[in-house]
Write a protein that binds this ligand. Sequence first.
Ligand code: ATP
Ligand code: MG
Ligand code: MG
Length: 554
Amino acid sequence: TPSPRRDFIREMVADDVATGRFGRGPATRFPPEPNGFLHMGHAKSICLNFGIATEFGGTCNLRFDDTNPATEDVRYVESIKRDVQWLGFQWDGEYYASDYFEKLYEIAEQLVQKGKAYVDDQNEEQIRTNRGTVTSAGTPSPWRDRSVEENLDLLRRMKAGEFPDGSRVLRAKIDMGHVNMVMRDPLLLRIRHAHHYRRGNDWCIYPLYDFAHGLSDAIEGITRSLCTLEFKDAREIYDWLVHEAGFVNPPTQIEFARLELDYTVLSKRKLLRLVNEGHVSGWDDPRMPTIAGLRRRGVRPEAIRAFAETIGVARKDARVEYATYEHAVRNDLNMEVPRRMGVLNPLKVVLTNYPEGQVEELEAQDYPHDVPKTGSRTVPFSRELYVDRDDFMEDPPKKFYRLSPGREVRLRFGYLITCTEVVKNEAGEVIELRCTYDPATRSGLAPDGRKVQGTIHWVSAAQAVSCEVRLYDRLFSQADPDDVPEGQDFLSTLNPDSLVVIADAKVEPSVLADPVGSRYQFERVGYFYAEPEGSTAEKRVFNRIVGLRDSWAK
Ligand code: ATP
Ligand code: MG
Ligand code: MG
């Protein structure tokens, strides 16, 4: 079967397969650090790594890159596993870089034995300073030429816990004048007397990212290590380490552009600040760009996968427009979810010529004609209804095809009505409309052929369900939240209206027959999710997943 070749990474993988370069199917991995919840950027990487494994008949591991004891937690491990599975993927192996500490230590000793690593007594600050600049070579450490025996002794004592944090590091001995700064004797192991969420107090030396990452890939037999562009300079140390450690046919790194999405931030560090400083209710706040947040908002995993597919992978960084994301979400829901009627901002309508106490059940189609699904329900109709305030204007412009004094509109799935009287309170606010209905127009058409342009949604007042509706919007009010004047940070661009709660919206009663967690399009309003937390047998809490069109752009 021909392999799909859709982007430069799949091209390379297809070539690996064609040339038999690795002698087996492609092996990829998704390597999160368990220091936060996964976000949409991770979703891009997940879809890529797992997608390649599926498309080319290979494997994909889930590997926790958990080499930093200070920030990691088992709670994050659990959330990551849940989110990957929810996105629709199942890993082949589940691995932890912290399980490779012994193996990495062994490699460290081998490097020392070969004269390729040394213990440096400089602190990290001195090491940084002495690394030099792009235009000038670094200054070799005074400890660079220690004997193998002395290095081995010191390394063993580092491991045994004889030295305090920061007093010594193990460094690769490569080239202090190397054009690639990463290659100027990079740090491999550092001393941290810290509790690790998995390894407890077993270790007091911890590998640095560059030391652990490529070797973890090699240990697992990964063929291609897909990572984001900021690791481009690290590719040389990756190759150096897997080569020096003696791996035959080692993995190689391929870099791709990280996802940056307008009106949000995709960095665990920044998302953690939003959580810790209380700007959102938690990692799964429906405004968060986390997988958990999107799930709670009501987005389906199919939409996230489709979004990843749409943006594809590229070699150059570029921001993705929010509209591209919303389009993927709308597109998915449009084809999937039934239509209902809900009135967010209710205005009472009394049909003065409709018999008091009478209730009819009107047939309502669940899907429009261009969606290949069928289904219908009935909606009650009676003398008192609610319509949306936005669908009434007392003094409208000519092309306003909704309700106004003397004008006729069609009620969705129901009769034509004409507004005859506007009732106001003492403050002059409209509190009720009095209308007449035409009993001959139940089909929505007038027998005499008169044309009625507008159709509006409505609910029957007595049977409508009172619901809380949470209108979620973009978390930040500018496309690039980090583009701020000196002295400010991304938090200064938070959108103050990212959540508007409507306490008493009116929704047709059929929604109570569906389980919580159901999704709908409220006709003419948007897509909504019956949020499990807060919903009861008598009432629903609805999250707006996405509006019907891009209302943000003017
Ligand atoms: P953050 O900056 O949010 O902490 P990270 O890259 O440090 O992200 P990791 O847990 O190390 O987070 O990431 C796991 C994998 O997900 C890595 O392979 C990384 O390249 C990828 N990844 C992270 N963020 C993005 C992004 N915005 N776009 C694409 N891939 C990403
Ligand atoms: Mg990382
Ligand atoms: Mg990070």
